[in-house]
Design a protein around this ligand. Sequence first.
Ligand code: E4P
Length: 214
Amino acid sequence: MKFFLDTANVDEIKRIAKLGLADGVTTNPSLIAKEGRDFKTVIQEICSIVNGPVSAEVIGTKAEDMLKEAYEIAKWAPNVVIKLPMTEDGLYACHELTSNGIKTNVTLIFSVAQGLMAAKAGATYISPFVGRLDDIGVEGMKLIRELRTVIENYGYQSEIIVASIRGIAHVEQAAIAGAHIGTIPGSLLPSLWKHPLTDIGIEKFLADWSKMNK
Ligand code: E4P
């Protein structure tokens, strides 16, 4: 399973990249706004830290605006991926960009039908949001399992990015479901390697060792 970092914070990305855990990065307008820095500068900085795909989202809602932005963003770095909303205009832009060899990530996917449409339009990545589905009482992980089946049934090239991840259970279940990628908030990552029994175990080993050396 590949790990993308769901953040636009450069310090967080550097910390995790050092561990070899950053296969890519996803951003969205909210994450960029949180940093309070210039969009292009942030994306270019992230693209220089991470060797893998970095998603940058368009703001336009009409296909022609999306495409104008996308062709500009695509010039910023070789590993940039254009993130598009799951709308009719977004699908049109996805199809057009894919035909021109530009990688895309269709975001805000909440149903199997939407995922199927994005895969058919040629999206490099499709981003179903598990946390936001859980928030409204719908099991988000079910969508991941179903999309995995749909992609396998027809041999679509799109990779599933499990988005809107809220906790360790989401990451574990996404891996068990066979999702290609999980995009994980930087703040959540340490909880993936930490365990209280590991800390207790280290303390005990060190205490025993120090007794022997007295
Ligand atoms: C990633 O592509 C999404 O933008 C992100 O995972 C959304 O997460 P949220 O629902 O926690 O905002």
